[in-house]
Structures are given as structure tokens and as C-alpha cells.
Design a protein. Structure first.
Length: 216
């Protein structure tokens, strides 16, 4: 029998180690499917209930004839229908068909994927939404970002009264600009990802505002 002093450290390193609550919880959660899904929502134009909207869709649109597999078909709390498929072409075809056959009463909407947004900190006072593109291009040609690759969204002042600019860019422009310093007027401005999370002040859940909340 080996003496206690001969036992390798790694063999006993786990002894007495407590698992975090978050680790235990994650270990008990089922793994989500990695299959990508594509969504559309359907809203009423004439005060239909969710059940009436479902009936109307089922009556006029036949996914079997269209050879489309529906992975989810359910009502949402905001009064709309959610439809999911596993193919982009299927969701586009379904959206087009619903709008053509049910267009007088329903409207199918395919969510637009948002481009990344960046924040440029401490921009000069002479920068406005109208001239932001021009100022960026004139002083930062070395960043090799095309004029059409960025869209100024809005300006705001933070708690320190510093003026910041939020711009929308494509993925290529984001990689070129992220973490760089941008010359604007007499300022050297830091650039970072801009992430704003919508949170309801009524129910404390995310992705909606209090005025649209249907919860407690």
C-alpha cells in the first residue's frame, strides 16, 4: 500500500472541492438543440384573436403542398403568431404565401437581423448626425472603412456630459474599427461595441418596455 505522501497531488485535487450552485444547475439543464431555426410573426389587421388567426392560416395555407416543415406554431403574449422552420427559403416562401392569401386580414413579418452597433466615445461638439460620416472619412482613411459601411444612428451625452456617437456597421467594418482610436476634430476617440438591453420596469423581464408589458 502506498503511503499518503506518495499519492499524486492531482489524484486528490478534487477532494473537498465544492461545486458552485451555477455549475450544479447547468449540469442539470437539458442541452439545447444546435439546429438553427428561422422565424416569422403574423399580426392581425382586423382584431382577430390568436385562435382565429391560426384557423385562417390553416384554412388558406397548406405547408404539406408547399413541402415545408413547421417546427413551431404558437401564439405570443403580444397577440401575434410565431411560426418557425429550419430553412431560410421555407420561411421566406411561407411569409410570401401568407401575405398573398391572407393579406386583407393578416400580415406576415420576417424579423430583420440587426447589424452590429459601435459607440464612439467623446466625439467633438461640432460633430452631428448629418456630418458624422464626412468627418470620420476625412480623418481616418487609414482604417479602410467604406462610406456606405457605416450609418450614424444617434448621439447622446453620458453622466459626465461627454458626447458619444452610436453607429451601425457591417461585420467587416466592425472588425476594422473595434478597439481602435478614431481621430475626430482635435479628439482621439475610443471605439467599442455598443450593447443596449431592453428591460421592462414593470415586470423586470427583458426585450420589451413597460408600456408594452402584459405581465404583472
Amino acid at each position: 500500500m502506498k503511503k499518503a505522501s506518495e499519492v499524486k497531488p492531482e489524484a486528490t485535487s478534487h477532494i473537498g472541492k465544492k461545486r458552485l450552485y451555477s455549475e450544479a444547475l447547468c449540469g442539470n439543464l437539458p442541452k439545447r438543440s444546435e439546429q438553427k431555426t428561422f422565424k416569422l410573426t403574423v399580426k392581425t389587421k382586423s382584431d382577430h384573436s390568436i385562435e382565429n388567426m391560426k384557423t385562417l392560416d390553416k384554412t388558406k395555407v397548406n405547408p404539406v403542398d408547399m413541402k415545408i416543415g413547421i417546427t413551431r406554431f404558437k401564439g405570443l403574449r403580444n397577440g401575434r403568431l410565431l411560426i418557425e422552420t429550419q430553412n431560410k427559403l421555407d420561411i421566406d416562401a411561407l411569409s410570401k404565401t401568407i401575405n398573398e392569401l391572407c393579406g386583407e386580414e393578416l400580415e406576415a413579418l420576417t424579423p430583420r437581423r440587426m447589424n452590429p452597433r459601435l459607440i464612439i466615445y467623446n466625439v467633438p461638439d461640432e460633430l452631428y448626425i448629418e456630418n458624422a460620416k464626412e468627418l470620420i472619412m476625412k480623418q481616418n482613411s487609414e482604417l479602410c472603412v467604406e462610406n456606405e459601411d457605416k450609418t450614424p444612428n444617434y448621439l447622446f451625452k453620458d453622466k459626465r456630459k461627454a458626447k458619444n456617437l452610436v453607429i451601425e456597421v457591417n461585420c467587416t467594418a466592425r472588425m476594422k474599427l473595434l478597439g481602435k482610436k478614431m481621430k475626430l476634430g482635435w479628439n482621439m476617440c475610443n471605439v467599442d461595441d455598443y450593447i443596449k438591453i431592453n428591460r421592462c420596469y414593470k415586470c423586470s423581464k427583458f426585450n420589451h418596455r413597460a408600456q408594452d408589458c402584459k405581465g404583472n
